[in-house]
Design a protein around this ligand. Structure first.
Ligand code: BEZ
Length: 207
């Protein structure tokens, strides 16, 4: 495949998944070669460090050699590379509202990924239960907000906000299968059941 872009990728990362879903939704998937990076906070990947000093994925190398990160920047960039309806409003109050809601979905992902590291990467004797509880509260506050006040906005279309939240639920099911979040958030559960069937979601399941 002669692809002009390279995405530094890991199939378990929900931040990478957001980019992958965006690529599928915008018809750009075949423009991108995947470079698998296996990394954690204590085992960095030299190729990722060389293109993103923060050592994080996703990072997207462009045809001119420049590398974009993080996932929010990459999504915004990709949204300017296709001819369809934008998935991030270009301007006006809607732009700031959708980006703020998308940022809340990233906060869920941050808390879920940090909790995963705390539970599985950090040595058992150093784990901090109160900190884990604080991360769980963040996730629950954000989901309460989407279940209630922001539900109609979420439901409008499958855009940058919906991509972030769908990837958050995908990650929770993948890494926290014991937590039946569907019982607490019935409207979101119904919404997710539907959007999880989209080809872009089915093609990007975490592994
Ligand atoms: C995970 O294995 O849960 C994971 C991998 C890469 C980035 C974030 C999370």
């Amino acid at each position: 495949m002669n692809a002009p872009y390279t995405l530094f990728h890991a199939p378990a990362s929900p931040f990478v998944r957001k980019v992958m879903v965006m690529l599928h939704e915008t018809g750009l998937r075949d423009q991108v070669l995947l470079h698998n990076a296996s990394l954690s906070p204590v085992s960095p990947d030299a190729a990722v460090n060389a293109c993103n000093p923060a050592g994080k994925i996703p990072a997207l190398r462009l045809p001119d050699g420049q590398t974009l990160h993080d996932s929010r920047v990459i999504l915004d960039y990709l949204d300017h590379q296709h001819g369809g309806e934008p998935l991030i409003p270009r301007d006006g109050p809607q732009r700031w509202r959708r980006l703020t809601l998308a940022s809340l979905t990233d906060a869920i992902l941050d808390a879920a990924v940090l909790s995963r590291y705390e539970s599985f990467v950090r040595p058992e004797e150093k784990r901090w239960d109160a900190w884990l509880a604080g991360q769980q509260e963040k996730i629950e506050r954000a989901l309460d907000y989407f279940e209630g006040e922001a539900f109609d906005e979420l439901n409008e279309r499958f855009d940058v906000v919906a991509i972030g939240l769908a990837c958050a639920f995908g990650y929770l099911d993948f890494r926290r299968p014991e937590w039946d979040w569907r019982l607490c958030y019935p409207r979101l559960a119904q919404w997710y059941e539907r959007v999880a069937q989209r080809p872009s979601m089915l093609a990007t399941l975490p592994a």
